[in-house]
Write a protein that binds this ligand. Sequence first.
Ligand code: ARG
Length: 460
Amino acid sequence: MPQGATLWGGRFEEAPDPTFSQFNQSWGVDRRLLHADVLGSMAHCRGLAGAGVLSAVEAATILDGLRQIQEAATPEGLAASAAEDVHAYIEATLHGLIGDLAFKLHTGRSRNDQVATALRLWLREEVAGVIALVRRVQAALLDLAERHPDAVLPGYTHLQRAQPILWAHWCLAHFEALSRDVARLEEVYGRTNVMPLGAAALAGTGFPIDREAVARDLGFAAPCRNSLDAVGDRDFCVEFASAASLVMVHLSRLAEDLVIFASREFGFISLADAVAAGSSLMPQKKNPDALELVRGKAGRVFGHLTALLTMLKGLPMAYNKDLQEDKQAVFDTVDTLRGSLAVTATVLDHTRLREDVAAQAAGRGALNATELADHLVRQGVPFRQAHALVGKLVLQAEQLDVELHDMPLEALQAVCPAIDEEVRAALSMARTLASKGQLGGTAPRRVQEALRQARAALPA
Ligand code: ARG
C-alpha cells in the first residue's frame, strides 16, 4: 500500500472524486496528533500482544516501527503527504518500514476510538501546560503587588471613582479569578483523562484486550465505560473551550484595566517599550497592542466554544464525521490561550505603577464620602440619613471645589451637627483603608494576609 492510500475501499467500485478527497482530508490539521496517536498505537499493540492476537516478535517489530516514526517525525517533515488523516499516514508509513505486518495493528480498533484517544492524550498534556501558564500569570500578579505594597488607587464602579483600594488588592482580585480558572482546568483534565480505546468503531472491541491495562499503560485514570459514548461525544473539548473562554474573559478584563490605566487620562502606569507598538503615521504614539490583542482574541476562543457546541448538537449516537471538526477548534483554542497567557505575564513583568499619580487620583473626588457616612453611623446616625447628609456635603464640596476632608468644620456642622473635630482623622486615606478590615476587604493587614496566602497557594 503506497503512502497516502486509503484505509478502506474494498466495497467501492469507483475512485473518490478529487473534490471529495480533498474535502475529506484532515491530514493538514490532525498531523499535530502524530505523537499522541503513535503512543496510543503502541499501547494498543501491547494490548493485542497481551490478548494473544500478536506474537511477542510481531509486537516488538511493530513497536520498533512506531518508535522510528515517532523519532523521525518533525512538523516540517510532516507537511507533505497525500494521506487522508494522521491515522492513514501512520499506517502507511509503518507499512513502508515493516511491510505487511503493519496491517495487523488495526485489529480490534477503529479510527473512531483511535482519534478520540489521541485527542484526549494530546489535550491532557496541553491542559497541564495551560495550567502552568495560568500560574505564571498569577505569579506575575503577586510580583506586581509586592513591587508596590503600600500603593493606593481609586477603585471604580461604572468606571466612576468609588472608594480607594490598595494596588495589591486589585492585583489579588485578578489573581483570585485565575485561581478558579485553574480549578476548572484541573477538572477538565480529570474528565479528559479517560480512555476511549477498546470501544472500536462503536460496539466495543472484538478481541480480549485488557482495557484496564491499556489505560494504565497510557496513564489514563480509567477506560471509558460505554463504547458508544466513548466514540460519540466530545464534551471534554467543550469543557476545555468553556474553561478557556473564562480564562480569556479574565485576561481581557485585566487587559482592559491596564489599557485604561496606561491612557494619558489615567496615567497610573506607563507602557514599557518591550510590550508596546508604535504608529506608522503618528510619531508620538505608543499603543498597548499586546493587551488589545489579548482582549480581541477572547472573541476567537468564544467562537470555538460555540462551534464545538453547535457541531455536537443533535448528532445521532455514536461517531459521525462531523466530529472531525473538533480538532481545529481545540488546537486554535490551545494556541490562542497559550499566546495570550504568555504575553499577559510578560506585560505584567514590565508593569510599574506610578504610585504618586494613582494616590492623587484616589484622594480626589470624594472617594471618602462613604467613610464619612460610616463615621456618622458610628456616632448613632441611621445610615440612610447619614447618606443623605453626606450627599448634601458632597454637593457643597463640589460647588466650593474642595475635597470633603478640606471643608471647614463649621460648614460640615452646618449640615450635620453630629460632626466633630475627629472627622478629619476619620476621613484620612489610612483610616478609610483600615476600616475595611473584615475578611476580603482592602485594609492593609487583610491584604498582606491575602498576599501571603496567595503566595503559599502557588507552587514554587
Ligand atoms: N479523521 C477522523 C476524525 O478526525 C478519524 C475518524 C474517521 N472515522 C471514520 N469512520 N471515518 O474524526
